[in-house]
Ligand binder design. Structure first.
Ligand SMILES: [Cu+2]
Length: 443
């Protein structure tokens, strides 16, 4: 016999599950957390349709549990400490131990239930950017749901109606929360594993911060003058390389939740943009590119055949975005005698350097800097200083890497005779054409 209480409970379960299955959400799944800043191995599917999982630069994919036919994830919004690169740690807000939050991976047609627990000091929500969800699951605080107050857990339930690459971020005190690093990527694999398969699949999101040298917190009111241009809240040389096996078909999925556009450029190859957050681009509409602009609040995905072995720079083409902490009010000093200037400036600000009377190239001379910041131009390659920062890393294409081996293969061994070289012999006189006589002018 049913007790009255048990009977009501069962009745509630039946009617609710007919609509959304929400009563099954009663037990909240564990919330995994991550404290490592290097790319974690891909999370292979344990059931359902097969897919090639993505890897997240300096990040990870969120494990899930099955509950009936629902995939259940648990995001925890919370304060985190993120190392941008060695020597600089910043207090951010993120999810499950990191900013950005973990990548959420699922398959087209999956029913997902995403629990969101708020451990921030203010309310939040999660908006599923680019995804086709019921209006009440869209995560716009005030408009489609009450804000999630500190200490509370909300549940989002929807079907992954289309495959592709999407983003998540708060729609609740949005300016502050995104300036603090709250964002992440969603990858929905096609149900058909033969739809445009690739061998390696990378994902990251771009965000920018203004963290003044010697401080530990972004200035959340900054609108344009950022000094940390990050991929997954990391800057060069802290951004993972993209190790690729020669001959692999490679996909790179890029989200932009910063305040400006980023033209992303890959050396040594041409690629095609195959997908946006709006969906897959038909082959007939794809254009060969070497740089693709990723607009604000958008996703661009490109596919490239890695058929050219080597170390290939991969970076934003706005040259100020491949620099770290940098003041933009610095005067141009090219041509100025720096001797006296350096003395005068040194007296006023011992930590600073007067630079740039012949350009800004600094070679290996990284100057002492205030605590908790990064040199503007840094990093060393096998031939010397790389002098980059910010949104810069390297695609490392090598023969014979194992299928899921994403470890840094080290510097490229250039085949003999394939590196640009210095020539010592004197330059010959350039050939000159005899000047034609000028026509006489009548005065
Ligand atoms: Cu940029």
């Amino acid at each position: 016999m049913f007790s009255r209480r048990g009977f009501l409970g069962t009745a509630a379960l039946v009617s609710a599950s007919a609509v959304s299955g929400r009563v099954q959400a009663a037990s909240i799944p564990e919330a995994p957390t991550m404290d490592k800043v290097v790319m974690q191995p891909p999370l292979h599917p344990i059931n359902g349709p097969d897919y090639r999982p993505v890897v997240t630069l300096n990040g990870w994919s969120l494990p899930f549990r099955m509950n009936g036919d629902w995939k259940e994830f648990h995001l925890v919004a919370e304060p985190v400490v993120r190392e941008f690169a060695e020597g600089m740690k910043v207090n951010l807000w993120g999810y499950n131990g990191q900013s950005p939050g973990p990548t959420i991976e699922a398959v087209e047609g999956d029913k997902v239930r995403i629990f969101v627990t708020n451990k921030l000091p203010e309310y939040t929500t999660v908006h599923w950017h680019g995804m086709i969800v019921p209006s009440g699951m869209d995560g716009v605080g005030g408009l489609t749901q009450p804000h999630i107050q500190p200490g509370k857990t909300f549940v989002y339930e929807f079907e992954m109606r289309k495959s592709g690459t999407f983003m998540y971020h708060p729609h609740s005190d949005e300016m502050v929360q995104m300036a603090m690093g709250m964002m992440g990527m969603v990858v929905v694999h096609p149900r058909d594993p033969n739809f445009r398969p690739v061998d390696r699949d990378f994902v990251f999101v771009m965000s920018t911060y203004r963290v003044d040298p010697g401080t530990y917190l972004p200035r959340v009111n900054e609108m344009t003058d950022f000094n940390m241009w990050t991929w997954n809240s990391r800057v060069f040389p802290g951004i993972d390389p993209l190790p690729v096996r020669l001959g692999d078909k490679v996909r790179v999925r890029i989200g932009n939740l910063s305040m400006t556009n980023h033209p992303i450029h890959l050396h040594g190859h041409s690629f095609a943009v195959t997908c946006t957050d709006g969906g897959w681009i038909p082959e007939s509409a794809q254009i060969p590119e070497t740089t693709t602009d990723v607009p604000v609040g958008a996703v661009r995905v490109f596919d490239v055949l890695a058929d050219n072995p080597g170390d290939w720079a991969f970076h934003c083409h706005k040259s100020h975005h491949t620099m770290n902490a940098m003041g933009h009010e610095v005067r141009t000093l090219i041509g100025v005698s720096r001797k006296d200037l350096a003395k005068a400036v040194g007296k006023l600000a011992p930590d600073s350097m007067a630079m740039g009377s012949t350009g800004m190239a600094m070679g290996n001379m990284e100057m002492p800097a205030p605590d908790n910041t990064l040199p503007m131009m840094t990093g060393n390659g096998q031939f010397g200083p790389i002098e980059m920062g910010g949104m810069f890393t390297v695609m490392k294409i090598r023969e014979g890497l194992a299928r899921d081996d994403y470890r840094d293969p080290g510097p490229y061994q250039f085949p003999q005779g394939t590196v640009a070289y210095e020539i010592a012999s004197p330059a010959a006189e350039p050939p000159r054409q005899p000047a034609a006589p000028m026509p006489k002018m009548k005065m």
